[in-house]
Design a protein around this ligand. Structure first.
Ligand SMILES: [Zn+2]
Length: 280
């Protein structure tokens, strides 16, 4: 994927004309909508200063440049009344609806706003924090630094001959299956995490754990790291409360999939497996 975004901490001296403004009311992003079809987002506001639209801004951060255009994240009160033609929409719903570059910058923006809001006071001594020059909140009393939180999570596809393992989690809607995933623990490598999560969730051993790709997933702060691996031994054993069902599937006998698109790395892993099988 071509990198269209240049992250920058150095904000311009004055607001550039027609900057992108990623404005959040809670975790909802302010978008323009089609007045005829209010569920259809048409874009993100592009103005010099978002205050010109009448908003009271609680906090704002310069993010960098998307295709050379300045990008700001800002927060407004959750209860702010929006003019006709605007809506505050769950970011997850916007994937595939507006430009991919915009949703990705919005994902950065919501995490920066969250970090600023959630670290106004030092977690160790309770003093009010300052913003340091390197995107850290720093305590003037005890020097504790708080950076934006990133939670690494592995997501993995397990191959066994011409089959892959798919599981139904209790967190998924009824009947939907996907690949396994789980959060890394302090002190383990990502490969150890893949093996541990698979063992915990479905009771089997794997080998040939190889890196596939990664994807920021800002719900609320995951970095998904994808892996492919091969079955090495054991029988499926669902001791974990999280997984309700798991089994091996060939590509011509797949259950309903979650999520159904290649926007997510889960979808990309499954597409890659299907392509691999079709080549055989
Ligand atoms: Zn402190």
């Amino acid at each position: 994927m071509q990198n269209r975004f240049n992250s920058s901490l150095k904000s311009p001296a004055i607001y550039p004309e027609a900057s992108w403004w990623f404005v959040f009311a809670g975790h909802r992003l302010l978008v323009m909508v089609d007045p005829e079809k209010p569920k259809q987002a048409t874009g993100v506001p592009r103005v010099q200063d978002i205050r010109s639209l009448g908003f009271d801004i609680l906090r704002e951060h310069f993010l960098g440049y998307l295709d050379g255009i300045a990008c700001y994240a800002a927060e407004i009160a959750k209860e702010t009344e929006l003019a006709d033609g605007y809506a505050a929409v769950n970011l997850r719903r916007l994937y595939g609806q507006i430009d991919d570059g915009l949703t990705r910058v919005a994902g950065r923006g919501v995490q920066i706003i969250d970090w600023d809001r959630n670290n106004q006071f030092c977690g160790r001594c309770g003093a009010r924090t300052d913003i340091a020059s390197d995107r850290a909140k720093v305590c003037p009393s005890c020097n504790l630094r708080a950076y934006p939180r990133l939670s690494p999570a592995v997501i993995m596809l397990i191959r066994r001959d011409d089959k892959l393992l798919l599981a139904h989690s209790n967190r998924h809607p009824a009947g939907f299956y996907s690949v396994l995933a789980g959060f890394a623990e302090p002190g383990e490598t990502l490969e150890e995490c893949v093996a541990r999560e698979i063992k915990e969730e479905v009771g089997i051993e794997v080998k040939n754990i190889t890196y596939f790709g990664s994807q920021p997933w800002p719900f609320p702060d995951s970095l998904m790291i994808g892996f492919m691996c091969d079955y090495a031994g054991g029988e499926i054993n669902l001791e974990d409360d999280e997984i309700a069902d798991a089994d091996w599937y060939t590509i011509d006998n797949m259950p309903m999939m979650l999520p159904p698109s290649t926007i997510s790395i889960a979808g990309q892993l499954i597409e890659a497996f299907i392509a691999e099988q079709k080549e055989k």
